[in-house]
Design a protein around this ligand. Structure first.
Ligand code: SF4
Ligand code: SF4
Length: 317
């Protein structure tokens, strides 16, 4: 029997009002070629289903300890006592991610769902079924589906099929992308994409590579090609302290966005926030997440005014 095409998701969010116009369903796919150190969804980065642990749910090894003996790789050991939110001393499991192969045995044993696997496979039919349930809300509000990530175009066949089927069913489509993807893939989804939510994280390519792991030329080139091909944009700029929050950097944004201005419906400015920290901790990674202070409201307003002076419609998220 032919294997059905599936996409690996880490979340599907109904009634979303931030990911495009109207009320939307956002389908978050796993896997991303970028490594933004401030990422607010670090569970989206890996392409595979991955073990997470939420300390607040854990009963501790003295009361429970069901996870301790099940690991076939010996990746779970007894950790030192730590204070929980109620100021009680609790011994928690200590997972060595270098030994873990994400088999899921410990998550299955954990009845409190403190250990859980992140990553669920869905067929296009399953997602379309869910979208059709919410179609009246899309019609009422001018909404639809947003395929997001991670980088959803890193699962190109699934994303293409989902967009095609959504259009066949009269559903407005948006693709939330980093733009760091081969043009051939973007070209295929273009006819089925009503709107691109397009991230421009940093205009200095060397800095982009140093901080995020890849340069930005392909991203800028693809944005111009999408504009030439008639695509529409919501441009998204995460404003990150010490990375792209200077006046000079926003002058570069103005220069570039002026070139594709006629294709842009709106520019969203997204101030850095610290919500990724707890999700990063759940992945039990040794590397520390990048933490800076969020930009001030006054600075956000200054940047908004700068872009508006270039003739762009701007919203602070
Ligand atoms: S998911 Fe990782 S830690 Fe849990 S049982 Fe499997 S290998 Fe061990
Ligand atoms: S099985 Fe779950 S609740 Fe029990 S100690 Fe392990 S992680 Fe905590």
């Amino acid at each position: 029997m032919e294997k059905k095409l599936t996409g690996k998701t880490y979340d599907i969010q109904g009634f979303s009002v931030q990911d495009g116009p109207g009320i939307r369903t956002t389908v978050f796919l796993k896997g991303c070629p970028l490594r933004c150190p401030w990422c607010h969804s670090p569970e989206s980065q890996a392409f595979h289903t991955e073990l997470n642990w939420m300390s607040i749910r854990c009963l501790g090894l003295d009361e429970c300890g069901k996870c301790l003996d099940v690991c076939p790789n010996g990746a779970i050991a007894r950790g030192p006592y730590k204070k929980n939110a109620k100021d009680e001393d609790i011994a928690y499991p200590d997972v060595d991610k270098s030994k873990c192969d994400d088999c899921g045995a410990c998550a299955k044993a954990c009845k409190a769902d403190a250990l859980y696997m992140c990553g669920t496979d869905y067929t296009v039919d399953e997602i379309i079924h869910r979208l059709l349930r919410d179609k009246p809300f899309y019609e009422e509000s001018g909404g639809g589906v947003t395929v997001s990530g991670g980088e959803c175009l890193s699962q190109p066949e699934f994303t293409l099929e989902l967009l095609k089927r959504s259009k066949e069913n009269g559903i407005h489509t948006a693709v939330d992308t980093t733009g760091f993807i081969k043009w051939e893939i973007i070209e295929k989804v273009l006819p089925y994409t009503d709107l691109f939510l397009y991230d421009l994280k940093c205009m200095d390519s060397a800095l982009h590579k140093q901080v995020i792991g890849v340069p930005n030329e392909l991203i800028l080139e693809n944005a111009k090609k999408i504009a030439q091909a008639g695509g529409r944009f919501w441009i998204r700029i995460p404003v990150i302290t010490m990375l792209n929050d200077s006046k000079e950097h926003f002058d570069l944004y103005c220069d570039f966005l002026s070139e594709i201005k006629d294709s842009i419906d709106i520019v969203q400015l997204l101030p850095y926030h610290k919500m990724g920290i707890s999700k990063h901790d759940r992945l039990m990674k040794k590397e520390k997440i990048f933490v800076v202070e969020p930009p001030s409201d006054a600075l956000m307003e200054e940047h908004k005014a700068r872009l508006e002076a270039c003739g762009l419609k701007v919203r602070i998220h």
